[in-house]
Design a protein around this ligand. Structure first.
Ligand code: 5AD
Length: 356
């Protein structure tokens, strides 16, 4: 698919044409990753953050938000819950919290790996190469770092560098993670004020160039206690140019991501479920997605991990688990078994043809 194809799909409004996009994405999904929907237990281990991202509700200088950091015991208990529910992976996610000491986390990773069969995905921000290497050695399998937008000027505007530090290049970090042997995941927000439809088309093209193992995509949801939530309107491009932060554009991005990265694991994200509580999650799965990430963060902390308002919290853990599994079966899909490694990653690891 060329840049122009992606661009024109993003502008497409004709229902019959869109049906053919959904069908194509669903066909590619079935053929390349099958009917299994993998469940990843999301553990939001800390909402402390040293960064000032203009879109995010846990940004450092947001006052009035209570902060928490889970103990090793709490993280291990949540991992045990993932095992009990039959999940193959836990995702340890946090703000960019430099008080999460690298060696401490390496020990937590080692214990999860020793005590459970779980795959571990990390999503902890722009940590140093040495730390990323330490966690890989401890047994971490995958790393998620969204590049948020491929438009460099827009990225710099919404994502100020860490005070006193040089800006980091997220694409370079992703390349390093891949060289370390991690499965790599990235993605963007859809409809950030100032993001054009051309930017979004370029983002999707870049997913293919990076040959991502995992792709996380969700509509931007304005948070009133952030600079973009307060003045986002003023940043928006003229209608027709600005990428809309809506369900339709979110679904198009998922479908196009599936087509450019046929073997990637693509979640139907919480942001989609937040915009449409009844059907968002199902739509994501029907239009290219093959992963759901139920929240296993202890309920007392969940409300504090407020990256955007109204974040679908998944409700009570066991009840949500039942609902999600029933929803998957009702769609004619199956519940993923095992770790659910990315097919792209497996292909890359496989020994190539013998060279003469
Ligand atoms: N709306 C939608 N997504 C958001 N994220 C952060 N803030 C928002 C928001 N206001 C996304 C970012 C980040 C991921 C964990 O959550 O893409 O990488």
């Amino acid at each position: 698919m060329t840049h122009d194809d992606i661009r024109s799909w993003l502008r497409q409004t004709e229902p019959g044409r869109l049906e053919s996009l959904w069908k194509h994405a669903d066909d590619v999904r079935r053929e390349c990753v099958g009917d299994e929907v993998h469940l990843r237990g999301l553990i939001e281990i800390s909402n402390h953050c040293s960064r000032q991202c203009l879109y995010c509700g846990v940004r450092a200088d947001r006052t009035g938000l209570p902060r928490y950091r889970m103990t090793a015991g709490e993280i291990l208990a949540a991992a045990d819950k993932a095992v009990a529910l039959g999940y193959g992976t836990v995702v340890l996610q946090s703000g960019e919290d430099w008080s999460i000491e690298a060696r401490w986390l390496a020990e937590v990773i080692r214990r999860i790996k020793a005590e459970t069969p779980l795959a571990i995905t990390l999503s902890l921000g722009e940590r140093t190469n040495d730390e990323l290497a330490l966690w890989r050695d401890a047994g971490a399998d995958r790393y998620l770092l969204r590049f948020e937008t491929s438009n460099k000027a827009l990225f710099a505007r919404i994502h100020p560098a860490r005070p006193g530090a040089e800006p980091r290049d997220r694409l370079a970090i992703l390349r390093y993670l891949r060289a370390m042997g991690y499965e790599i995941g990235s993605g963007v927000m859809v409809g950030i004020p100032g993001q054009s439809l051309d930017d979004l088309a370029r983002d999707i093209e870049l997913f293919g160039e990076l040959d991502l193992d995992m792709i996380g995509l969700g509509p931007f949801i304005a948070h009133p206690d952030t600079p973009l939530g307060r003045d986002g309107q003023a940043w928006c491009l003229p209608p027709g140019e600005q990428a809309p932060a809506d369900e339709l554009t979110g679904c198009k991005a998922v479908a196009l991501a599936r087509i450019v990265c046929p073997r990637a694991n693509i979640p139907s994200t919480t942001a989609l479920a937040t915009l449409n509580a009844e059907g968002g999650r199902q739509l994501g799965l029907a239009r290219g997605g093959n992963v759901v990430m139920p929240n296993l963060t202890p309920p007392a902390y969940r409300a504090m991990y407020e990256i955007y308002p109204g974040k679908a919290s998944c409700g009570e853990t066991d009840e949500f688990d039942r609902q999600v599994k029933a929803g998957i079966v009702a769609m004619g899909r199956t519940i993923g078994r095992g770790r659910g490694d990315s097919g792209a990653y497996r292909l890359r690891q496989a020994p190539g043809p013998m060279k003469a």
